[in-house]
Write a protein that binds this ligand. Structure first.
Ligand SMILES: NC(=O)c1ccc[n+]([C@@H]2O[C@H](COP(=O)([O-])OP(=O)(O)OC[C@H]3O[C@@H](n4cnc5c(N)ncnc54)[C@H](OP(=O)(O)O)[C@@H]3O)[C@@H](O)[C@H]2O)c1
Length: 337
């Protein structure tokens, strides 16, 4: 094969925001699959808040990307050559790969996406690869929300948060979303059915929580950390639950984010605080996919993909997650299937 491959490689660990030169977009020879491997072409690259953490040499749930290595990402691609009987030419695969046009897959890194029925591949991948299972297990398993309880969600207009809020509504909860623009506030209340939205950038968060959560907070779905967590802690009810899904305020902060001042609330109000990583629920993905597919077909859950074309735009695009310029699931499209 004579085609050139394009690969994003991590050259320096970013300090704070991702800067010019931290990653480079290189032309390289096509990779050749060895025995038990397949070669696939990238269709869609999922951009996730965790990407920034993978660039840093900090304590995390998997090793950071090594310097000079291709950037890691959750990918969806089409097999073009296979030396593994699990994959055939033309199969659509998804899993853990790299920010590269062409890449090698094994049964350890990717699996068949399967028949997506009437759902376009881009929507099935964007919804089910990470966001929907994370929302489903992170809310239902960790916090077990009951009808009538108040659920507060940070980054509520993001890929995970927007689904969490809609599941909480299905469970009969009073749902309040925190997000950073008035447009996103409007979207989650008017389109997605959240009861209340708070623009945490323009409102006094503590006063806004008093107004929107008159009975206090029973469940807080944590995607941010820092001051937002601290303020929510102050409003938690007795025996409240906090699902620690993500800490995006920490990922590209060049300074250490201080611990919560309201930590004593965990003891005084007998709170349960539990972190989780979705990889631990891989075997139960079918359960989440079945439930969310059903809710989507009944019109109870709506999803939105935020798609940017061209792998060359991956670095500029991933920055949108940290500036709040995305709404819903952020992805790069390389070639539609
Ligand atoms: N535990 C797991 O297995 C798992 C799996 C997937 C995702 N996650 C976590 O889920 C969270 C959401 O991830 P996602 O990929 O779905 O991204 P997302 O919510 O679609 O996008 C990120 C959003 O975070 C908000 N944000 C960015 N920087 C912020 C800051 N400093 N303070 C407050 N808000 C900030 C922005 O929205 P606003 O406009 O609202 O500020 C931005 O749009 C992340 O923390 C991620 O790490 C965890």
């Amino acid at each position: 094969m004579t085609e050139v491959n394009h690969v994003w490689r991590l050259r320096k660990r970013p300090v704070g925001d991702i800067c010019e030169g931290d990653l480079t977009y290189d032309e390289e020879p096509m990779p050749e699959p060895a025995d038990e491997e397949c070669l696939f072409r990238l269709n869609y690259l999922s951009l996730d808040a965790t990407n920034r953490m993978w660039m840093s040499d900090v304590e995390q749930y998997m090793p950071p990307v090594s310097i000079n290595a291709p950037m890691r990402g959750v990918v969806c691609g089409t097999v073009i050559q296979s030396k593994n009987s699990a994959f055939r030419k033309g199969d659509i695969v998804s899993g853990l790969g790299t920010w590269a046009d062409y890449q090698i897959g094994t049964t350890e890194t990717v699996s068949l996406l399967g028949d997506t029925g009437s759902v376009p591949v881009i929507d099935a991948f964007g919804t089910f690869a990470i966001a929907a299972p994370t929302a489903y297990f992170g809310l239902l398993e960790i916090t077990k929300p009951k009808s009538g309880e108040t659920v507060v969600i940070s980054t509520a207009a993001g890929s995970v948060g927007s689904i969490v809020g809609q599941i909480a509504k299905i469970k009969g909860c009073h749902v309040v979303g925190l997000t950073g623009t008035d447009e996103k506030c409007k979207w989650i209340t008017e389109e997605l059915g959240f009861d209340e939205a708070i623009n945490y950038k323009t409102e006094d968060l503590s006063k806004a929580l008093e107004r929107t959560c008159p009975n206090g907070i029973d469940v807080y779905f944590e995607n941010v950390g820092g001051e937002i967590l601290d303020t929510c802690l102050k409003h938690m009810n007795m025996f409240g639950r906090i699902s620690v899904c993500g800490l995006i305020a920490h990922y590209n902060s060049s300074e250490e984010v201080p611990g919560p001042k309201n930590y004593p609330m965990i003891l005084m109000n007998r709170l349960k605080v539990e972190g989780f990583i979705i990889l631990d629920y891989m075997e139960r993905y079918p359960e989440a996919i079945a439930a969310i597919t059903q809710w989507m077909s009944e019109g109870k859950i709506k999803v939105q993909q935020d798609v940017v074309d061209g792998l060359e735009n991956a670095v500029e695009t991933v920055k949108k997650l940290y500036t709040g310029d995305n709404t819903g699931k952020l992805m790069v499209r390389v070639k539609d299937v």
